[in-house]
Design a protein around this ligand. Structure first.
Ligand SMILES: Cc1cc2nc3c(=O)[nH]c(=O)nc-3n(C[C@H](O)[C@H](O)[C@H](O)COP(=O)(O)OP(=O)(O)OC[C@H]3O[C@@H](n4cnc5c(N)ncnc54)[C@H](O)[C@@H]3O)c2cc1C
Ligand code: FES
Length: 279
């Protein structure tokens, strides 16, 4: 684990080394901490998040979507929705940002060893799944069959296109893509994620489903998983409850007694059912 900066609110200053335009609304930022020592020592687990700040504007939470097995830079993908994310989208390689990370818990990747994994990602919800997927591909022998179902509104809204092509070619995983609205060139599925999931019909036996996406997608995906026989312990998701401090102090992110910034953002469906206001 990285030693925290002396003040938990104090960001590490970092340099953006590359910006990738993923879709019209999503940009990926590859970031290196300015302190070589802290960059070297930086350690995290798949699913953990960071607070990115633009000085004078504020900060917001984004998942670290590069896996801990690849350490040249930290990667964050940002969908433009409001003020902070619009300011982030204006930044270029060489610009400075603040990074408070790693924060929150991680996917239970140790207890997933030896199991089959079904990833179900919608839109920007693919970002946290990417971290875990790449981590598992880098430790391929530890996991059983890997299936990825990734959906977006339209082909041009699909992030990580360069990797998706590679995943489609891999023999050690199955990749299924779907869009709500196809184009004449689109060669994959057209249809909503829960319906395509039913079509793929993954066996729940010795399997964990990991899902992230817009709340409406999660709701119907969970229903489909239940119909397929997955129980609540076999479904893992990561929540985007708004955060401020990120370290369990301000009380902004709580659901009952659980603080999403410390106890989450990763929960099993069984854990979520114990909490008020979720699921
Ligand atoms: C644990 C976690 C991980 C996240 N990971 C990512 C990520 O990898 N990539 C990414 O693009 N975004 C991610 N988000 C969401 C991101 O934090 C928000 O989109 C961002 O804070 C919006 O900031 P803004 O100032 O641009 O928008 P604002 O001006 O504050 O809001 C614009 C609109 O977005 C809505 N909104 C803002 N924040 C959230 C939120 N957290 N959840 C749902 N709706 C929200 C607002 O209600 C409003 O409608 C994550 C959030 C959390 C809590
Ligand atoms: S964001 Fe402050 S307590 Fe969770």
């Amino acid at each position: 684990m990285t030693s925290n900066p002396p003040n938990v609110y104090l960001p590490d200053m970092a340099t953006i080394v590359e910006v990738v335009q993923e879709t019209p609304a999503i940009k990926t930022f590859r970031v290196v901490l300015n302190s070589e020592e802290r960059m070297q020592a930086f350690n995290f687990e798949p699913g953990q998040v960071g607070q990115l700040s633009v000085l004078g504007v504020g900060e917001s939470t984004f998942v670290i979507n590069s896996p801990p097995t690849r350490k040249d830079y930290l990667q964050f993908s940002v969908m433009k929705v409001g003020e902070l994310t619009s300011r982030l989208h204006r930044l270029k390689a060489g610009d400075q940002i603040g990074v408070r990370a790693p924060l929150g818990n991680a996917f239970p990747y140790e207890s997933m060893k030896g199991k089959n994994i079904v990833f179900i990602g919608g839109g920007i919800g693919m970002a946290p799944l990417r971290t875990l997927l790449l981590f598992m591909l880098d430790n391929r022998a530890d996991y059983g069959d890997i299936t990825l179902l990734y959906g977006a509104r339209s082909p041009r809204d699909m992030a990580y296109g360069y990797e998706v092509e590679e995943w489609l070619q891999r023999k050690d995983m199955r990749t299924v893509l779907t869009v709500d609205n196809g184009t004449p060139e689109w060669k994959h599925k057209v249809g909503l994620i829960p319906n395509i999931l039913r079509e793929i019909n993954p066996s729940p036996e010795n399997t964990v489903a990991v899902t992230c996406g817009p709340p409406i997608m999660i709701k119907f995906t969970v229903q489909a998983l239940q119909e397929l026989g997955f129980d609540d312990e076999q479904v893992v998701t990561t929540l985007e409850k708004r955060m401020k401090c990120g370290v369990g102090i301000c009380g902004r992110c709580n659901m009952g007694t659980s603080y999403v910034c410390k106890d989450g953002p990763v929960y099993t469906l069984a854990q979520l059912k114990q909490l008020p206001n979720e699921m």
